[in-house]
Write a protein that binds this ligand. Structure first.
Ligand code: HEC
Length: 441
């Protein structure tokens, strides 16, 4: 009923007011990439890569944790990197995949050399690795141990890019610097910028390097000298995503407050600046090959598709209308608020797991651990003798999953206050009840 009502209200809005949507992921969209032929690949917190043809996705499901980065350089290969520290190469037609390499921390970004069969992966382990891939995009990577490793950043590396001639690799790090490296030797050649605050994203265009930082810093600098060319810093932070369309000369900047700014790189002016989502970050951004469409992703599991020519029209209606659909957390009980903030991103309450990272909690009270049909559990939970009750769920979040069920793939999380645990459990008892469990106390 509620879904129907929403559809009717949305249908009443003028079309231009709403971005199109690609729906199917069960969690936030962390990255998006578009192939030269215009096909879209998404990376999600639900552990999957989605390959979209129209609105019918193929799911690539081998990462053991959230997928943070995806590249779609052509019809024959897709690359992805995730919170499971793995860099994977996929054959888009069959969905077959293999691990190209493994980091010691989460993989945050990927880049392909324009001139050599090299894939660069940036990681929170503080390094960038250059993996040799088979030429022509075949899915037979050589052994990972031949990787060239770029070492020198003091903290996690957030982004990586190649120069157009393939002779330089640029990296952006939480240590506040942007560095240049020789991909042939892996040697650091120079520090391009010392921003001070962590740098989250960088992208290269003709004669400039754009970067976005934790403090909101949004700058164009010379990729050779680091000289400041233009400063687009607005009062919003952090900057979380950047995308450049060479065809349209447009640079898009997404931030933690839900805005997207589109810069015309020819005039160095702001072409559009609009609120894309009423809540939360813009993590993922990419243009279609001709620059006419802009894809954006964030907390919402839908990928939004903006028509760049109509961006101005899209602003007011989207913001106002969408905001009215969100429930104010202050109107929820403490138990529901605990669930919404701490569990809902990974668990559904309906019989269907809904492509979320964790199994559905529908009917969880009285259920043996590890028994939702079709959900792939860790070995630790599969065959476990725990039964979920108020007491065991309380213990799970009193001690934290890493202590209560070590080896589980449920992330570390403790709910310190006994009152919050009790409220959450009381709320879950009603919200997860199956029809037969009815009004159990
Ligand atoms: C970041 C994702 C994530 C968050 C957030 C999360 N979980 Fe989980 N949860 C998982 C995963 C993944 C599993 C499966 C673990 C395994 O297979 O080892 C799981 C398993 C469980 C199970 C066992 C289910 C079963 O069928 O055996 C329960 C109960 C549970 N979670 C409750 C919660 C509650 C309550 C919260 C909020 C306080 C929460 N989880 C937050 C990812 C998450």
């Amino acid at each position: 009923m509620r879904a129907l009502a929403l559809t009717l209200v949305c249908a009443a809005l003028p079309l231009a007011a709403d971005p199109a949507r690609l729906s199917g992921h069960g969690g936030p969209v962390m990255d998006v990439a578009v192939s030269p032929g215009g096909r879209v690949a998404t990376a999600s917190f639900d552990n999957a890569v989605g390959l979209w043809s129209g609105d019918d996705p193929r799911w690539l499901d081998s990462h053991a944790a959230a997928v943070n980065a995806v590249l779609f350089p052509g019809a024959s290969a897709v690359f992805s990197g995730g919170d499971d520290f793995a860099v994977r190469q996929w054959a888009p037609e069959t969905g077959a995949s293999q691990v190209l390499g493994q980091h010691r921390g989460k993989v945050s970004a990927l880049a392909l050399s324009p001139t050599a069969p090299l894939l660069a992966s940036a990681s929170w382990d503080g390094t960038v690795a250059l993996w040799k891939i088979a030429a022509g995009g075949a899915t037979q990577p050589s052994q990972g141990d031949d990787a060239i490793v770029l070492r020198g950043h003091d903290q996690g590396v957030n982004d990586v890019a190649f120069s157009a001639d393939g002779t330089t690799v640029y990296t952006a790090s939480a240590d506040g610097t942007i560095r240049a490296w020789d991909p042939g030797t892996g040697a650091e050649t120079r520090v391009i910028a010392r921003h001070g605050f962590g740098v989250n994203r960088l992208v290269l265009g003709p004669g400039w390097l754009a970067y976005g930082a934790v403090d909101g810093g949004t700058r164009l600098v010379s990729p050779l000298t680091g000289e400041l060319l233009a400063d687009f810093t607005a009062e919003r932070r952090p900057i979380l995503s950047l995308a450049y369309s060479d065809a349209a000369g447009l640079l898009a900047v997404g931030d933690g407050e839900g805005f997207i700014m589109v810069i015309d790189t020819a005039t160095r002016g702001v072409a559009h600046d609009f609120r894309a989502v009423s809540r939360g970050p813009v993590w993922a951004l990419a243009f279609s090959p001709d620059g006419s469409r802009l894809y954006s992703g964030g907390l919402d599991p839908d990928l939004l598709v903006w028509n760049v020519a109509e961006l101005e029209d899209a602003v007011p209606a989207t913001t106002a209308e969408r905001a009215s659909f969100l429930r104010d957390p202050e109107t929820m009980s403490n138990g529901e608020r605990q669930f919404m903030r701490k569990c809902s991103i990974c668990h559904s309450l309906t019989p269907d797991t809904a492509r979320k990272a964790g199994p559905t909690l529908h009917g969880v009270f009285g259920r043996r651990a590890g028994t939702v049909p079709g959900y792939v559990y860790s070995e630790r939970l599969d065959g476990s003798d725990i039964t979920w009750t108020s007491e065991t769920i309380d213990a799970l979040f009193d001690q934290g999953p890493d202590h209560y069920i070590p080896g589980s793939k449920m992330p570390m999380q403790v709910i310190a206050k006994p009152g919050d645990r009790a409220d959450l459990i009381a709320w879950l008892q009603t919200a997860t009840a199956t029809p037969d469990q009815g009004d159990q106390p």
